[in-house]
Design a protein around this ligand. Structure first.
Ligand code: ZN
Length: 497
């Protein structure tokens, strides 16, 4: 996208105006002064606003300004010394700070060193769980899970992630609590339950099959308090059941559909290299989802599972561990988005205590192949959006706890081989693209007029070899979601009000 497209068509931003925002040069370095924008607060962490504060934080002013020393727009080149005009929940205009129109100059403003779009984690699991073992996830009360998740969703937002796509858990229900104002959290786009075949990645092999289908089947469930389709997993076999599975999930409020088209790591007894669901079943899932305006995300490791998912018409490939050039070519041809989930691989190998011994063995084996697949995808120009596969709720300090998604940007550069700017695009502008173009994708992830005002600020330029900044939520100084300020440094960091 060119600079002309990013900037609003205001006189002050015309290309002939030498005061207009300039794309940054190759070094992307900031004036040294902006590295210490809050010198008196260096020891203090930015503060989340409380539930009662946050929704009313900007109630007095429906229009406000953010002055950024450096603006990284999500797609396109960075700009320096820019003022973003926010009206209600939208980005209205972008001006050069030096030539801000007079009628805007008295508006309340916030000054930040570096402004970016709010980040996306395109692969989470809001399970409310202490481990990745499926048994306890099935047996814990949903009230317990929900109580744990209340903290997680706030942590996610405060770490700079203003949007998540959840691919199996209780995220639809959490989203409801966030939207009504009961909880603070990100925008959530959820698949509801992930669809698995019997003896597939979503089956719970250490519990009796009849009990599992009684909890997670598409017909009347009896063994727990999930209505059919309301658990984190949904077991379906055959054309009729997979069709019903998709319909149950759209009824529950899913914004996308998730299917396991190969075995997985965290299930005890299946094989990541083998395909799950027949091609006919996968095609019906995609057909039924697309008819309802939803695209399909496919969990897959082995090549047969990846190719079956692609032939069925899925929109995103999750993990893609054994992806080769044939897979990559088909993905490019079909406009399929790859979500690498590097965090679960990178950090998961260090934490055998979170999974069964059988799963840990598979974790080590798949980890051997994942890096090559990721690098191949980056090198060949497949569309990539970042997602972590995080799903631990407690303790919140655990490196695989929800709210620790920022490392995925670091790994995109250090492991995937992306440039820092591309990694940021994969975590911002690419986010909505995982939801397809059938009507579920929001207009966010880019700082441009008309986009949702989901924004974050950093104290330093991450492009200056500082992608590690994203790893620590304390480095996210400000978070705006839908134009409302949810996090700021202790003094407020305001120029004026
Ligand atoms: Zn997952």
């Amino acid at each position: 996208m060119t600079r002309r497209q990013i900037l609003s068509p205001q006189p002050s931003t015309s290309l002939s105006d030498n005061k207009s925002p300039q794309p940054d040069d190759a070094s992307h370095s900031l004036p040294s002064s902006v590295h210490h924008a809050y010198p008196e607060q260096e020891e203090a962490s930015p503060q989340p606003l409380s539930l009662s504060q946050a929704p009313t934080a900007l109630a007095k002013h429906s229009t406000h300004l953010i002055n950024a020393e450096l603006l990284i727009p999500g797609r396109g080149k960075p700009m320096t010394h820019v003022t973003v005009v926010i009206k209600d929940d939208k980005i209205q205009e972008i001006h050069s700070t030096a030539s801000l129109p007079a009628h805007l100059q008295s508006l309340p403003s916030t000054k930040v060193p570096v402004l970016l779009p709010g980040l996306w984690d395109c692969h989470t699991h809001l399970l409310g769980s202490k481990s990745f073992n499926f048994g306890p996830i099935l047996l814990d009360s949903t009230a317990t899970a929900g109580a744990r998740l209340a903290i997680n969703v706030q942590d996610i937002l405060m770490s700079g992630f203003t949007s998540i796509r959840d691919l199996g858990g209780f995220a639809i229900e959490l989203a409801q609590a966030i939207e009504e104002g009961s909880l603070i959290g990100p925008h959530i786009y959820s698949a509801g339950a992930a669809i698995s075949q019997t003896s597939g990645h979503g089956d719970v092999f250490d519990l009796p099959s009849g009990f599992v289908t009684s909890c997670l089947g598409v017909r009347d469930t009896q063994a727990n308090n999930f209505a059919p389709g309301h658990g984190p997993l949904l077991i379906a076999d055959g054309i009729d059941e997979v069709r019903r599975a998709v319909r149950l999930l759209t009824r529950r409020g899913a914004k996308c559909i998730k299917v396991f088209s190969s075995g997985g790591v965290l299930s005890i007894a299946d094989d990541p290299l083998r395909q799950q669901f027949s091609l006919d079943e996968l095609r019906v899932i995609v057909e039924e989802a697309n008819r309802a305006g939803r695209v399909v995300a496919a969990h897959c490791h082995g090549k047969v599972g990846i190719m079956a998912a692609l032939h069925a018409g899925v929109h995103t490939i999750e993990h893609g561990t054994y992806m080769d050039e044939e897979c990559v070519e088909l993905m490019k041809k079909n406009g399929v988005v790859y979500v690498p989930t590097r965090t679960i691989v990178k950090v998961g190998v260090d934490h055998p205590e979170l999974m069964s011994p059988e799963s840990y063995k598979k974790m080590l084996e798949t980890a051997k192949h994942h890096l090559a697949a990721y690098r191949l995808a980056v090198k060949s120009g497949v569309k990539i959006a970042l997602g972590t596969d995080l799903g631990i709720s407690t303790p919140t300090t655990h490196p695989l706890a929800l709210g620790k998604s920022g490392g995925e940007l670091t790994y995109a550069v250090s492991d995937g081989g992306m440039t820092p700017l591309l990694a940021i695009e994969a975590a911002t502008a690419m986010g909505p693209e995982v939801l397809g173009d059938l009507g579920m994708a929001p207009k966010t992830g880019i700082i441009a007029p008309g986009y949702d005002a989901d924004l974050i600020a950093l104290p330093e330029d991450p492009l200056d070899d500082k992608m590690d900044l994203f790893k620590d939520p304390a480095n996210i100084t400000h978070v705006w979601k839908s134009g409302k300020l949810f996090k700021r440094p202790p003094s407020g960091g305001r120029d004026s009000s």
